[in-house]
Design a protein around this ligand. Structure first.
Ligand SMILES: *Cc1c(COP(=O)(O)O)cnc(C)c1O
Length: 396
């Protein structure tokens, strides 16, 4: 499917905006100002389906529509089922609701300890620093607050959140998310990271961001300097499909890496986007070529109006089985279900353990071949002495 998977062959360039001066195109502010925000904007360049037209019309009451020109270029406009299109152009199905779906599928509101601060795990916190993103993913787990289309009026209280972290010495890991932390101005991000670095029990800082995917232009030398200054700062990207790996994203990842930012990726398993082994394999291989380690593959959170984008658990497990052993271990993400209601991330794995037999595990390898391994180390027998002294030591 992707025979010559060299970065030279990945999507690149200004595409439909070839006539825009490169200094404008390469400015992330320009990308933000020229986002597609309505059916009218999109219809100027492509034909929307009736379902998409309705989805766009109602997006303003659920989760706003926004698509950067960089990301729009990746859409195959002649294909109504284009995997890039499905992620960012709303459909009428978003207005439906399945019984298992929730507005706050992960029960984050219950674990909110300060405005924008979610403390669920013993030693780490999730710090939501904005409700804005460069573009909006239609399956967003935080659509209750992100983009403010539902009038949540999310207002993070940085000082209150920082005070909580300062007072809770068990917090050694702070994850900045949102919305997208990279939508903050450099000065604001610099200030936040600086304040967090001053707290001596905070060991580990990370940022979850899709901005480099939607607008690689965001990764400026100035941003890299800030991340370097407060480093080590880790970053988790959110890339779902191999076509999102543009040469511009690869260059952005290189700048981040060279600034000392270790990169991971969190994908969501999405129906019609990446729910087949071929696509996922191509994605994880491209990620490794960009120095990005696939971290998690999420089953879709049960957020309202996302049923048309969620794939089944069986499919997820099949995909992991198709990767494990068949390609580099570094390329295989951990499949997880973020437990509905707020139980945290739970790993879901293919079962390689067949049975327990005579104190031995019977295992199947990636090819389906059988192997055994003892459950516990057995008591070793005294080895037969290889020399004539019979173990007395008299042989010198
Ligand atoms: C995902 C998440 C984290 C981070 O989890 P890791 O498994 O350490 O990556 C922390 N807090 C919350 C609330 C989360 O949802």
């Amino acid at each position: 499917m992707y025979p010559q998977d060299r970065p030279e062959n990945w999507p690149s360039g200004q595409g439909l905006w070839a006539d825009v001066p490169p200094e404008e195109w390469n400015d992330w502010g320009w990308q933000m100002r020229h986002r597609f925000k309505s059916a009218e904007d999109l219809s100027r360049l492509m034909e929307l389906t009736p379902s998409e037209l309705e989805g766009c019309r109602l997006a303003g009451t659920r989760l706003s529509l926004a698509i950067t020109p960089h990301f729009f270029n990746l859409i195959d406009r002649s294909d109504p089922e284009c995997p890039i299109r499905r992620q960012v152009i709303p459909r009428a199905e978003e207005m439906t609701s399945a019984p298992e779906e929730r507005i706050d599928p992960l029960g984050e509101e219950h674990h909110t300890v300060a405005p924008g601060l979610v403390h669920r795990y013993p030693d780490r916190v999730l710090f939501l620093v904005t409700d804005r993103c460069a573009s909006y993913c239609r399956y967003c787990t935080r659509s209750r607050l992100v983009s403010n289309a539902r009038g949540y009026h999310f207002l993070p209280e940085y000082e209150e959140a920082l005070a909580y972290i300062r007072a809770h010495r068990e917090v050694r890991d702070v994850l900045l998310s949102g919305g997208d932390p990279l939508l903050l101005a450099d000065e604001k991000l610099d200030h936040l990271l600086g304040e967090l670095r001053k707290i001596d029990h905070v060991e580990f800082l990370r940022i979850g961001s899709r901005a480099p995917v939607f607008s690689p232009q965001r990764v400026t030398p100035e941003l890299c300097e800030i991340l370097k200054k407060h480093g080590p700062v880790w970053m988790s990207l959110h890339v779902n499909h191999p076509r999102e790996c543009t040469r511009e994203l690869a260059a952005a990842c290189e700048r981040l890496s060279f600034a000392g930012v270790p990169l991971g990726n969190q994908s969501v398993l999405l129906a019609g986007v990446n729910d087949d082994a071929e696509t996922m394999k191509s994605l994880v291989h491209r990620l490794l070529m960009m120095r990005v380690r696939p971290y998690y593959l999420y089953m879709g959170d049960l957020v309202q109006g996302s049923a048309h984008l969620r794939a089944g658990v069986r499919r997820g497990v099949e995909i992991i089985r198709a990767l494990r052993g068949h390609t580099s271990g570094y390329a295989v993400p951990q499949l997880v279900i973020d437990a509905p209601g707020g139980g945290g991330k739970i790993p879901v794995n293919p079962d390689y353990v067949e049975e327990l037999e005579d104190g031995r595990l019977i295992l199947r390898n990636f090819q389906g071949r059988k192997f055994a391994y003892p459950m516990e180390p057995s008591v070793p027998h005294k080895a037969e002495s290889p020399c004539s002294c019979g173990g007395s030591g008299n042989c010198g």
